[in-house]
Design a protein around this ligand. Structure first.
Ligand code: ADP
Ligand code: MG
Length: 465
């Protein structure tokens, strides 16, 4: 069949671009068909759908485009036991996670972790899922529900403060402990791990320490960036990691940075961390914020009108913690004063809402930092004349954002990017503008970065006296 030949040829091309490992994990399990005038790429799960659409669709479209022809439409569909789910469905609509069945027998069996402690309310059913955390959420579910060794080992979740990393890893632990398996789970921060190790060293009980960790079925370590520069702890953790991983035990890690951006992390650990699935988490979209607020209010047994929830979410600071803080203030105040929660109470607590506040612009340094971070590069890579595709694309995006969100002059941008000619900035800005229309991944990257940058600018404007 003609299409099959095309696809096989394209596969070779895709493999070259995405690399062997990505190819094996993400492309190989897919099937391509041509139905109703469009290509359908069939993938085995929602996670797969999200990941392929986000990272590889552009490459696949390119590989299937005939020389001189226009790019074909490809729909990524989940084919699960013959049931299809269209690409993009609900992926952007925030929704509460499905509630796991409450089985009294399993509730009775529920135990705590062998090492560490869990936060009771941090479960999957209290976690709001949306575009900002969909991949991380799906991966976490898949790890928590895997019956055999999971495909994602280790699972590495990263994102800035308050995006829900600790919540999600607790949810994994709760779910595993609730399951029928008699799993030994360790769920603790890297800091606690370090303290336990120091204590063991001092009291000459290292072999006990090692046993304790190496007998685990699942080890979840929060905030591994804490290990940066701590050579002795890293050394010990490498051994723990290898012992567990070698036996097919699940590891889950979180950090505020992607592995390659954690400074003073031993190369061995970095490469281990990169050997599984890395999922980034982003600040919630406005719709997700509203859903989170609603869920938090409901969890506290309070019903608030939609417009009041919206008002609170608009008035609270950008992070989820600030959102929760604002809700706490409102609830505390209304219970003390017996005041019903209405607009006048909110004005009293937060001051009047100025809806036409001019939005502050982020500066070039912030833009460079966020863009470099997003693409897993260093700021120097953007400012230098590094010419490879990733650096060039990231640089174009950064320049485009400096011009659009940052409202900076071309000459200023030229100067801040290693003293280039300003016409090359103009060219880069135009290229990013044009490519956004053709490349979904890029459009999405720019969109996410714009949100992050606006939030960063808003936050620094707020923190200024
Ligand atoms: P991190 O560990 O990434 O800094 P946390 O997991 O501690 O963030 O989240 C901070 C607070 O925000 C917690 O109370 C958590 O329940 C809440 N939160 C963050 N993201 C979500 C979400 N998507 N749904 C519900 N609650 C969330
Ligand atoms: Mg945390």
């Amino acid at each position: 069949m003609q299409m099959e030949e095309d696809w096989n040829g394209s596969l070779r091309q895709i493999k070259e671009v995405v690399g062997e490992r990505n190819f094996e994990t993400w492309i190989k399990p897919t099937r391509l068909s041509f139905e109703g005038g469009e290509y359908r790429l069939k993938v085995p799960s929602r996670l797969h759908q999200e990941w392929v659409s986000r990272h590889f669709l552009h490459t696949i479209v390119k590989a299937l485009t005939e020389p001189g022809g226009s790019p074909p439409t490809i729909r990524v569909v989940v084919e699960h036991d013959g049931v299809k789910r269209e690409s993009g469905d609900a992926a952007t609509a925030p929704q509460a996670a499905t509630r796991p069945a409450k089985d009294p027998a399993s509730a009775r069996r529920a135990r705590g972790p062998v090492v560490g402690r869990l936060v009771a309310g941090y479960t999957f059913d209290h976690f709001i899922v949306g575009a900002a955390n969909e991949v991380a959420y799906q991966a976490a579910r898949s790890v928590a529900l895997a019956t055999g060794p999971s495909r994602f080992n280790p699972l590495f979740l990263w994102g800035s403060v308050g995006v829900g990393k600790t919540h999600l890893i607790n949810a994994i632990a709760h779910q595993i402990l609730r399951g029928s398996r008699s799993h030994r789970v360790g769920c603790l921060s890297a800091e606690t791990f370090t303290n336990l190790m120091i204590h063991a060293l001092k009291s000459d009980r290292m072999s006990e320490f090692r046993d304790r960790f190496r007998r685990l079925d699942v080890l979840i370590l929060d905030d591994v960036q804490f290990l940066a520069g701590k050579d002795r702890t890293q050394e010990e953790f490498v051994h723990t990691f290898e012992a567990l991983h070698g036996e097919g035990r699940q590891l889950v890690l979180t950090s505020d940075e992607a592995p390659r951006n954690i400074a003073r992390l031993e190369e061995r650990l970095r490469s281990r961390f990169e050997g599984g699935l890395i999922a980034d988490m982003h600040p919630p979209t406005p719709e997700m914020r509203l859903a989170i607020l609603r869920a938090k209010a409901t969890a506290r047994g309070v019903e608030l009108a939609e417009d009041i929830l919206l008002e609170i979410s608009l008035r609270a600071g950008p992070s989820v913690r600030e959102l929760e803080g604002a809700l706490n203030r409102v609830l505390a105040f209304s219970s003390f004063t017996q005041h019903t929660v209405d607009r006048s109470l909110l004005d009293q607590l937060f001051g009047p809402l100025h809806s036409i506040e001019p939005s502050p612009a982020p500066n070039i340094a912030t833009i460079q930092e966020k863009v470099a971070h997003y693409f897993g590069l260093r700021v120097e890579d953007l400012r230098s004349h590094r010419r490879d595709r990733l650096a060039s694309q990231a640089r174009q995006v950064a320049m485009f954002l400096c011009r659009s969100v940052g409202q900076a002059a071309l000459t200023t941008i030229a100067q801040e990017f290693g003293g280039r000619d300003h016409t090359s900035v103009l060219y880069a800005v135009r290229t990013a503008e044009r490519q956004q229309k053709e490349n979904q991944d890029l459009a999405r990257a720019i969109n996410e970065l714009q949100t992050t940058l606006r939030e960063a600018a808003l936050q620094s404007a707020r923190s200024r006296p």
